[in-house]
Write a protein that binds this ligand. Structure first.
Ligand SMILES: Cc1cc2nc3c(=O)[nH]c(=O)nc-3n(C[C@H](O)[C@H](O)[C@H](O)COP(=O)(O)O)c2cc1C
Ligand code: SF4
Length: 693
């Protein structure tokens, strides 16, 4: 039963000619699949419909071939041929009563057109603005181009209607959509009646909305997505100008979709942004228009959501990541199952699917983008197989997810943990600065497991092969995690580097175990980062906060290089700089001696010593696979012990980010007792249909 205080979230509200059944609005988000994996993307949206969302959007859809963002994989609506794929998606969105929305993107100054080889068009002739500083410039749209572009929008709107969409979102946020390029004085330096005053800069938006309204407005709602503050300096489209723009064009779209600055700001990770962080920027905009407003802010708390509506800050609760982590979030609130919400941890792993043009993962929801590929449902497991008992060794993210999912399938699960807490690496890492929200990986699973009568958990249970053989479980999953290496082996060094025992050396495990002095004032610590994800930056932060003079040395050209994929890299650099960390890029470490670290330039090899008192070695990790190997050595004894299978999963198998571990745990649970598929592909995939030769 829904708690009455959340009833407000389930009140229907009109958007143009349609009525959304509730206030849960899945804002556009990509998924790394896009046009390459249309059925996988459609099934993912269908699950959200089942989960109770009132409005569900596609990701950005390139609406004309003269503007595309290759290598990124989004959707395309370039010709009628694209309609069936999109129809599959809108159909899936609507099965359980959601409104289906499509986001039309003309990328303008953001589209290098690598695939189509067309000359990019933008309000002003400037270099293309992408993550990769592509050496391409855009030509300024002339009046004919603008007329053409207006017609292309109408064509795309008509195709969207045929494809079954109820809502069209015009993309003008995150620096990615042409409407923003016209609105911002940074990207619009025109001197004609499309440039200069705000009224002129909004002309293009007004014209396109009017054109689309005339073409499909009777059946299709038009929404406009703008950034609350472009955050690119004085010339950027500021929060004050956004307010002026909305006031000036109060009734222009059927709904205002308020995103937050650049994409890095809007999808701010929990390490740097709280839930609802944009409230101050969004507050008061609703009063400037008679049209409803949707806003975002990694909303996972129904209390915060209800307050946003009650206080008139927003009309719709926009969610991207919370809808990925838990597609059933609205349903769970409606059914009064708040404790069952799988809260987004704000790690931004989902974004890496887009950034790496692969297919997205979610740390919390291993079924994300596997709904069609593997038939995985986020709330339901496949039926139990013929066996009954499973021993899971290790209660880190892999072990916890395996336990939760196996229990849901109906197995009797025994979870043995060597320490006195659940969570493994997450239990330790959640105590690091900025990472407390990551603890939700444990909290969600701990609660779910506590609700099951078919799980028994044993702490302080460091098992030997002999112990395991003595228990007689049918299946054994080894999820014993990993530990950080102290010998420097990672990318620069594939064999141990020379390290003098006279130097104090800590690994991240040591720092998390707090074996270092609390006060490091007067000490110089070198953090060597050859891991390149978040840990090196976090270690530098811990050391700086303990008072040390910190020098971060990394062979990469960026601090925490891989976090460019989670959109955190810039914020990490700023934080370290603010803490006074001395960042030395493109430098490796060749030797660690008593009192100094010898570094080398990754290009020239030139060496330079840095005097220091201690080193934090952030290299690679070693699997804790001793128990697994001992059991393998005793394979001849398994049958007598009643053991049918022993498998190693998660970091114990091969260390990787937490999302890999929850995926491995989930996969283990799904595949137990299922037929051997031999050499067949373990997922479905779509192969592009060949045109006649
Ligand atoms: C994986 C991912 C992909 C996104 N892709 C888009 C997109 O295609 N178009 C868009 O307007 N916003 C996109 N966004 C931004 C979201 O719509 C949203 O504004 C932002 O993530 C903040 O909402 P949240 O805190 O609920 O995640 C994306 C966000 C994520 C996490
Ligand atoms: S990957 Fe991380 S940020 Fe993205 S939805 Fe999942 S938990 Fe949230």
């Amino acid at each position: 039963m829904c708690d009455a205080k959340y009833d407000i979230l389930f009140e229907p509200l009109a958007i143009g000619p349609h009525v959304a059944k509730n206030r849960f609005y899945q804002v556009p988000h990509c998924n790394g699949g896009g046009y390459r994996d249309p059925s996988a993307a459609a099934a993912m949206r269908g699950i959200k419909s089942e989960g109770g969302w009132g409005v569900i959007f596609t990701e950005q859809t390139e609406m004309h071939h003269t503007s595309e963002i290759t290598p990124f994989i989004e959707l395309r609506l370039w010709e009628d041929k694209d309609i069936p794929g999109l129809r599959r998606m809108s159909d899936a969105m609507k099965v359980h009563g959601a409104l289906a929305g499509i986001q039309l993107a003309y990328s303008g100054i953001n589209g290098p057109n690598f695939y189509t080889k067309e000359v990019p068009l933008a309000p002003s002739a400037l270099p293309i603005r992408t993550f990769t500083n592509d050496p391409v410039q855009a030509r300024a749209l002339d009046r004919t181009d603008i007329r053409n572009l207006r017609r292309w929008f109408v064509n795309a709107a008509k195709r969207s209607k045929i494809a079954g969409f109820d809502l069209i979102c015009l993309y003008g946020a995150h620096g990615f959509g042409i409407f923003q390029h016209f609105l911002s004085r940074a990207t619009n330096q025109r001197t004609d009646d499309y440039g200069g005053s705000l009224e002129n800069r909004s002309r293009f938006a007004r014209e396109v909305v009017a054109d689309i309204r005339e073409a499909v407005g009777d059946t299709t709602a038009i929404t406009m997505r703008v950034s609350l503050d472009e955050t690119i300096g004085e010339l950027g489209f500021s929060n004050a100008e956004v307010r002026e723009f909305v006031e000036m064009n109060a009734d222009l779209p059927d709904l205002w979709d308020l995103a937050h600055g650049a994409w890095e700001d809007c999808s701010g990770p929990s390490r740097f942004k709280e839930e609802g962080a944009q409230e101050i920027l969004v507050k008061g905009i609703r009063e400037l228009s008679t049209k409803p407003v949707v806003g975002v802010g990694r909303f996972t708390s129904p209390d915060v959501m209800a307050r946003m509506i009650r206080q008139g800050v927003l009309d719709f609760i926009g969610c991207a990541r919370p809808s990925i982590a838990d597609p059933f979030l609205p349903k769970k609130i409606e059914e009064g199952r708040i404790e069952d919400i799988r809260e987004c941890i704000g790690c931004n792993m989902c974004i890496t699917g887009d950034m790496t043009m692969s297919i997205s993962r979610c740390t919390q929801n291993p079924t994300f983008m596997e709904e069609w590929r593997k038939g995985w449902h986020p709330e339901r497991m496949n039926a139990k197989g013929e066996s009954q008992t499973v021993l899971v060794v290790g209660a880190g993210p892999a072990g916890l997810e395996a336990t939760r999912a196996l229990a849901l399938r109906g197995y009797d699960v025994t979870l043995a943990e060597a320490t006195t807490t659940l969570g493994g690496r997450v239990a330790r890492e959640r105590l690091l600065p900025g990472l407390s929200a990551w603890g939700r990986v444990v909290d969600y699973r701990q609660y779910q497991i506590s609700q099951r009568t078919n799980v028994e958990t044993y702490f302080d249970s460091r098992l030997t092969a002999e112990d395991v053989l003595g228990f007689g479980f049918e299946h054994v999953a080894i999820a014993t995690g990993s530990h950080w290496r102290r010998d420097g082996v990672a990318r620069q060094h594939v064999v141990p580097m020379p390290i003098d025992p006279g130097m104090t050396l800590w690994t991240p495990d040591d720092i998390m175990a707090k074996i270092h002095p609390e006060n490091l004032a007067g000490k110089t610590v070198v953090v060597y980062d050859d891991d390149h994800y978040y840990m090196g930056g976090v270690m530098a932060e811990v050391m700086a906060k303990a008072g040390a003079t910190v020098i971060l040395v990394t062979p990469s050209a960026y601090v925490s290089d891989w976090t460019r994929n989670t959109l955190e890299q810039g914020a990490i650099h700023v934080r370290l700089d603010d803490l006074g960390v001395d960042i030395r890029l493109n430098r490796g470490v060749t030797a660690i001696r008593a009192g100094e670290v010898e570094t080398n330039c990754t290009y020239t090899g030139r060496r330079k010593a840095i005097g220091c008192d201690a080193v934090v070695m952030v290299a690679s990790r070693l699997s804790e696979d001793a128990l697994y190997n001992d059991l393998l050595a005793r394979q001849a004894d398994w049958r007598d012990a009643g053991i049918r299978t022993v498998e190693i999963i998660g970091d114990a198998s091969a260390p990787a980010p937490i999302a890999w571990a929850t995926y491995a745990g989930h996969r283990y649970a799904r595949e137990l007792d299922t037929p051997d598929i031999g050499d067949a592909l373990p997922f479905r995939r779509e192969v592009t249909q060949l045109e006649p030769a």
